[in-house]
Design a binder for this molecule. Structure first.
Ligand SMILES: *Cc1c(COP(=O)(O)O)cnc(C)c1O
Length: 416
């Protein structure tokens, strides 16, 4: 048998909506020696990570910790722990990930009510609020930034309405956290799910979540039954409140592990926690406001370049998410040929799209460490060259000039 060669990955510029390039500091942290999961040196790292997550989430919640698994593990942990069979869950859908929330809630027995808007648009908060009053659900679950359509939903008014009506508000902010403003407490979000491989610039494999005492109360009630300590008076409740079905995603057990009690559940993903901790340090050192401004700047340069080239963007421009730019594939051009040539000749990766958008748009991410001037300029240059090679009519040379204009304006403004 010949032994497979040592791992060597080709150099890449990753401009997709995830996974994006990991910050070099994060990659170095991944090589840190292993500690035991109850070693005080390690539990200290767990606590530090929780503290930094609270800052990132802009929350005073007690619970903010990562679930081991990709982002959907975080979504599943929250829904598995909160949704009881027969619960009414309202999911307004404006892209692919609304369907994921629906599917997971249904798997845990929810009676899901959906409304859907045209892909490329978002909801007027009033429409959602009106529907909440009509449906009177226990939970509203919603996506903040839809990577499939490049849209961002306004949440503040919906959160306030949920709190007023005593409805739980659960938000998937996987594509926006660390790239644009997400205010957990101010927007009355009861539980929020993030991911590592998008704007946090950490590899895929953890889902940081946070939830408040309204969510914890439900979890604790379900746990009481599970432990078999329900009182006689609770007998009715025992039947009405079955145990949390999942072991891996049982937040009552996960929070015991993340509390000072350190009750054993799983073995924490040591190296990923080091990576997350470093990713959070990078973010807080940069500053949340500064980081969001950086994402807006590179988005602006990218969009200016795309438009100057003569291409059009997909979707309603007022609800565009700053971290994903959806570009309409010009008529007569095969989107997949362009993508594969970009990868082969330039080592640049941009994303295709799902469902109704398939073959119609490319999606270009500007997330985390990948969201940089050199990446934006290189992507515009590569895309223009490949389009010309494929016979598209583009305004040759205009894209880079337009992007440079944005960067020079920024320098001029910041030196005022
Ligand atoms: C990427 C993404 C997910 C799923 O993330 P995985 O890490 O692949 O599980 C969920 N929701 C949104 C909005 C996303 O962009």
């Amino acid at each position: 048998m010949t032994i497979t060669k040592q791992l060597h990955t080709p150099p890449r510029t990753i401009m997709t909506p995830g996974p994006v390039e990991a910050d070099p500091r994060v990659l170095r942290a991944l090589g840190t020696p292993i500690l035991g999961q109850f070693d005080p040196a390690f539990t200290h790292i767990m606590n530090e990570t929780m503290e930094m997550l609270r800052e990132l989430f802009q929350t005073k919640n007690k619970w903010a910790f990562p679930v081991d698994g990709t982002s959907r593990a975080g979504i599943e942990a929250v829904l598995a722990s909160v949704v009881e069979p027969g619960d009414k869950v309202f999911v307004p859908i404006f892209g692919r990930f609304g369907y994921l929330l629906t599917e997971i809630a249904e798997r845990y027995g929810a009676d899901v009510h959906n409304i859907e808007c045209e892909w490329g648009e978002v909801f007027d908060p009033e429409t959602v609020i009106h529907e909440i009053k009509k449906v009177n659900p226990k939970i509203v679950a919603m996506v903040h930034g839809e990577t499939s359509t490049g849209r961002m939903q306004r949440l503040k008014e919906i959160g306030a309405a949920c709190r007023n009506q005593d409805v739980l508000f659960i938000v998937d902010a996987v594509a926006t956290i660390g790239g644009t403003d997400v205010k957990v407490d101010e927007w009355n979000i009861d539980a929020l799910i993030a991911g590592t491989q998008k704007c946090l610039s950490v590899p895929s494999g953890m889902a940081p979540i946070t939830y408040n005492d309204r969510i914890e109360k439900i979890i604790m009630e379900r746990k009481k039954v599970e432990k078999g300590i329900a009182t006689k008076a609770d007998a009715q409740t025992v039947r009405l409140r079955p145990n949390i079905i999942s072991n891996y995603f049982d937040l009552s057990q996960l929070q015991d592990y993340w509390s000072e009690r350190r009750l054993n559940h799983h073995t924490e993903a040591t190296s990923m926690l080091y990576a997350l901790r470093e990713g959070l340090r990078v973010i807080l050192e940069e500053g949340l406001e500064e980081r969001f401004a950086r994402h807006r700047l590179h988005e602006k340069a990218l969009v200016a370049g795309i438009k100057a080239m003569g291409l059009s963007l997909f979707g309603d421009e007022h609800s565009k998410v700053p971290t994903v730019t959806c570009v309409l594939i010009p008529p007569g051009i095969d989107g997949e040929t362009v993508r594969s040539t970009l990868l082969k000749q330039f080592g640049i990766e941009i994303a295709s799209s799902f469902g109704p958008m398939h073959g119609k748009i490319w999606r270009i991410g500007t997330m985390g460490y990948s969201c940089r001037k050199d990446n934006v300029l290189f992507t515009l240059a590569g895309l223009e060259a490949v389009l010309i090679r494929n016979g598209a009519s583009v305004n040759a040379g205009a894209a880079l000039q337009a992007a440079l204009e944005v960067y020079e304006e920024e320098v001029a403004l910041s030196s005022l």
